[in-house]
Design a binder for this molecule. Structure first.
Ligand code: BGC
Ligand code: BGC
Length: 612
């Protein structure tokens, strides 16, 4: 025997002495892979087989944009991959989404224990990153509609479109209770009253998880952002909510009770602080209140890089603080290798007790088993035909009509009378899918002039007018075509799309060019002795006293999404006007925030809405 062969044999003999972790080879079907076992038994069986490193991987969530290679999913045993706003396949269509997510899933299943990933995404008004998906009104519009069944339907439709692409985890619904409209995320909340937010949020969760988590029609919902995101001072995104505990609980925590009763098994932490302490490091909030008082048993995920924003000498200290406060999964989302090493060291040194790591992993695995991820890890391609289907669009169209709030209707202008002969539609926003969808649509911030399937507000008006033999002209800049003398002018004004902090506003003013357009439309209408109907596309009430004064009718359309025809349904009386303000409409900045001493005498109170 050569010397080399001898060394090899000795090495093999040595290897044989090291007890291998229990592996698949030892029993044909280990209990964790047996769907006949209880979820609890499967969780415990799998946990017992996992090395510390495999457990650490489970608590890390990585953005696909920062994933070095697909092989890293198995190499680090990552628990989850996410698409941030606008992050998807180069060819953005449902099939390529399914291929992409299934690819990540295959990589995860190739790991030693074959633990599937949870693929997370912000499907916050439909499956909004996917071109071709139906886009629902943003939540503030759903709040105006105040129709729990509709929210449940939205959740159900969104879940089916997600399942078609393999995304099983939705970062929604947003349960923010916006109290200061200057906050750029106001539109992500259903409204300023916690009761409304809780009721509609719970309904959406029931829709997203319809049939129960284990059913083939369910995705995992995530009420967010726990808690106080809508209460920050000055409406500053990621700011500080200054409230005594009873008020904080009543306003911002209460909706989570409804969410938990509706079956929420995951919650996302808020970037914001409560009385100066950042939520990501607040054990009282994430453990005493959420688990102790509310009885939450699911897992808690951090927000995007939220752990890295905590105070602390270094990243290790911040991680330990967050995990020990109650964060179970860390949305890293970028430097996962460093986080992996940091958590390794923290666990080895005892700063994160092994029992705490086990607890977090247990909660994550439970969600994976309950979702049936081990049995059905891939996209459900039989649902591809349902993405953006006529049936789904009909649900969103109904939601649009229900969400519109008629703030003014002088002389019974609405519904549009059958004697109308010529309508002039003013404003480029009338023909702009991006303006009507807002942020979190195909891209993170959203964009003007977005090209996705659907109908614009103008398309809807034109179709309804045609059916009634009404002539319609369109003018992006408010100048009527030569010789066209309208007997009704409709002008669409509003805000440009935005998301998160970029939407924070100091003045809640309508932009200069939109004010100018409204003025021009009013002058043009007056010249023809035609009434003016203004439609506002915005994520929140704006200070529009002038525009209200110079129009005969005014409709708050919020950010209605891809089914612009729903607007015409209301204007022409094909759908009843029933939307009500989910927040008060300030006349001046002094009336913002609602919790301020001067929040009196607003233009329109919560619950206002005419029913012509
Ligand atoms: C947002 C969350 C979102 C996450 C992932 C964060 O910046 O605050 O609402 O779920 O990004 O896109
Ligand atoms: C991502 C978003 C995320 C944001 C956080 C963006 O790059 O696309 O999903 O919410 O960063 O700041």
């Amino acid at each position: 025997m050569t010397r080399r062969a001898g060394t090899l044999l000795a090495l093999l003999a040595l290897l044989a002495l090291i007890p291998a972790p229990r592996s698949l080879a030892q029993d044909s079907t280990p209990p964790y892979l047996d769907p006949a076992q209880s979820v609890a038994a499967r969780v415990e069986d799998l946990l017992a087989r996992m090395s510390v490193d495999e457990k650490i991987g489970q608590v890390l969530q990585v953005s696909r944009d920062y994933l070095g290679s697909e092989a890293d999913i198995a190499r680090f045993g990552l628990g989850s991959i996410l698409s941030g706003g606008g992050s998807g396949p180069t060819v953005n269509d449902p099939v390529h989404w399914a291929d992409m997510i299934d690819g990540y899933q295959r990589a995860a299943l190739s790991s030693r224990l074959g633990i599937p990933i949870l693929y997370g995404i912000d499907a916050v008004h439909g499956h909004n990153n996917v071109r071709g998906a139906v886009i629902f009104p943003q939540n503030i519009g759903m709040g105006a509609a105040d129709d729990p069944q509709l929210c449940e339907d939205e959740g159900r439709v969104t879940a089916l479109e997600m399942l078609a692409t393999g995304a099983r985890w939705d970062f929604g619904p947003c349960l923010a209770v916006p109290r200061d409209l200057r906050w750029g995320r106001s539109y992500e909340g259903f409204g300023q009253e916690p009761e409304l937010v809780g009721e509609l949020g719970a309904a959406e969760i029931r829709g997203l998880q319809s049939g129960g988590l284990g059913s083939a029609t369910a995705v995992l919902a995530t009420p967010k952002h726990f808690a106080g995101d809508g209460g920050t001072k000055g409406g500053i995104d990621r700011g500080d909510a200054v409230y005594a505990e009873p008020d904080f609980l009543r306003l911002f925590v209460a909706p989570y009770r409804d969410a938990i009763s509706a079956g929420a098994e995951c919650a996302m932490v808020s970037f914001s602080s409560w009385n100066g302490l950042q939520d990501h490091g607040n054990r009282h909030l994430l453990t005493d209140i959420l688990r102790g008082d509310l009885g939450f048993e699911g897992f808690v995920v951090s927000d995007w890089g939220g752990v890295a924003l905590l105070p602390g000498a270094d990243e290790s200290e911040r991680i330990a603080r967050a995990v020990n406060a109650g964060v179970d999964m860390i949305m890293v989302p970028d430097v996962y290798e460093a986080y992996f090493r940091d958590v390794q060291a923290l666990v080895a040194g005892g700063s994160i007790p092994a029992s705490r790591l086990d607890e977090a992993v247990r909660r994550i695995l439970r969600a994976k088993f309950e979702l049936g991820l081990f049995e059905r890890p891939f996209s459900d391609r039989s649902l591809l035909g349902e993405v953006g289907s006529p049936e789904h669009r009909a649900v969103a169209r109904k939601a649009v009509a229900e969400s519109l709030v008629v703030l003014k209707n002088d002389g019974g202008l609405l519904p549009i009378s059958s004697t109308t002969k010529r309508i002039l539609v003013d404003g480029s926003r009338a023909q702009d899918m991006g303006a009507q969808c807002g942020g979190w649509t195909i891209t993170w911030q959203g964009m003007r002039a977005l090209s996705i399937p659907g109908t614009t507000i103008y398309d809807g008006i034109a179709a309804a007018a045609k059916a009634r033999d009404i002539e319609v002209a369109y003018s992006p800049d408010g100048r009527a075509p030569q010789g066209f003398k309208p007997d009704l002018v409709i002008a669409v004004v509003g805000e440009d799309p935005y998301a998160e902090g970029r939407g924070d506003s100091r003045d809640l003013a309508l932009g200069y060019s939109d004010k100018a357009l409204a003025r021009k439309a009013a002058v043009g209408a007056a010249a023809c002795k035609a009434p003016l109907l203004l439609i506002l596309l915005s994520g929140r009430p704006l200070l529009v006293g002038d525009e209200l004064a110079e129009s005969q009718a005014f409709v708050a359309a919020w950010l209605p999404g891809s089914e612009g025809e729903g607007v015409a349904d209301l204007l022409f009386g094909d759908a009843p006007a029933r939307g009500k303000l989910p927040c008060s409409w300030p006349a001046t900045l002094a009336q913002v925030p609602v919790d301020g001493a001067e929040a009196q005498g607003c233009l329109f109170p919560t619950g206002y809405g005419l029913e012509p």
